[in-house]
Structure formats: C-alpha cells, structure tokens
Write a protein that binds this ligand. Sequence first.
Ligand code: FE2
Length: 198
Amino acid sequence: MYEYHDQYKRARERGDVPAQERWVRQLTWEIARHAVGEEIVVYPLMEKHLGDQGRKLADHDRKEHQDVKQNLYKLESLSPSSAEYHSLIEQTMASLHHHNDDEEIKDLPLLEPAIGEDASKQAALSFKKTKKLVPTRAHPSAPNKPPFETLVGLLEAPIDKVKDWFASFPTEDEMHGAKEELKTRDHDAAAGRAAAGH
Ligand SMILES: [Fe+2]
C-alpha cells in the first residue's frame, strides 16, 4: 500500500488526475483487502491463542480498521482533484502507518511464538489468498472475479460471508497435493496449454 501511495503522490505532483484516480483505486482496494484479510485470518488467531491480551489487541485493531473504513467511504464521495480528497488520503495513510507498525511490532511477535512455525506459515498462506479479494486486470474474462463489485460492497460484507467465500477455494493441503500431482502429470497440463494456444 505504501508503494501505491507513492505512485499516487507522484501522479499528483505531475498534475495527472486520471492517474491519481487509478492509483487511489488500487490503494483503497489494497487497504480494504488487507483489513478484511487480517480480520479473517489474524485476529481470530490472536483471540484464540493470546487470551485476554489477544482479545484486547484484536478489538483495538478492529476499531482502527473501522476508522480507516469510514475514511474510505468518505473518499468515494469526494472529487479526486479536491484538496479535501488529498488531505483525507494523507490522514488515512498516516494512521495506517501507525496501525501497521503496531501490528508488526506488537501483535505478530506475540502471536508467532504462541502458534508455532507451522501454523504461522499456514496463516501466511491464508493471508496471501486474500489477494483474490482484489479485482485483477490481468485476465478480465477469467472466472476469478471477487464477489464484491465495489469497494463499499467488500467493506460492508459480513465477515462470515467473506469467510464462507474463502472456504469455497481449495485448502492449502489440496493446493499442495495438486502441485505434487502435477509434477508427474505435467504432460496433461502442457497439452492443455497447447490446445488453448498458449
Ligand atoms: Fe490492520
């Protein structure tokens, strides 16, 4: 998200409003999926494994996410070339810096030893899967569109609904199994690619 924010600022310095809009769209989706991903994957682990302290930290983090989400809602109604829009982005990024640092310095170092290396790796993989929540432009016709067509739709979806949606993807074990299987059956995949003209 910091990289997208930099791109936005550079576009703004050039006075390129359409590019500003494109980078802010990318940035806001990234912020939203990051927040939802943590709410699905990380906070439940903190609550389960860190007792009272975990519940307090998770509540605190969710509250900060809520504030950021409010800012994202507000951004949707502002004009990208307005001063208010820019100051809201800067304000949001400043509080996110603080919030992200907190999570990295306080939360994760507590959580990692409490759950162990394997569970930590699993959680990292699950979190990576939340990239599926962001619309991709790489294959516009591929059936991998997220079920949330707007940013507000994603932010307002009940966390349980998002969790269910994630459960409809293969598990990490299934993905691993498929990769192993592919090693011995790669000719099928190669034939498929050839047939598809790639
Ligand atoms: Fe967060």
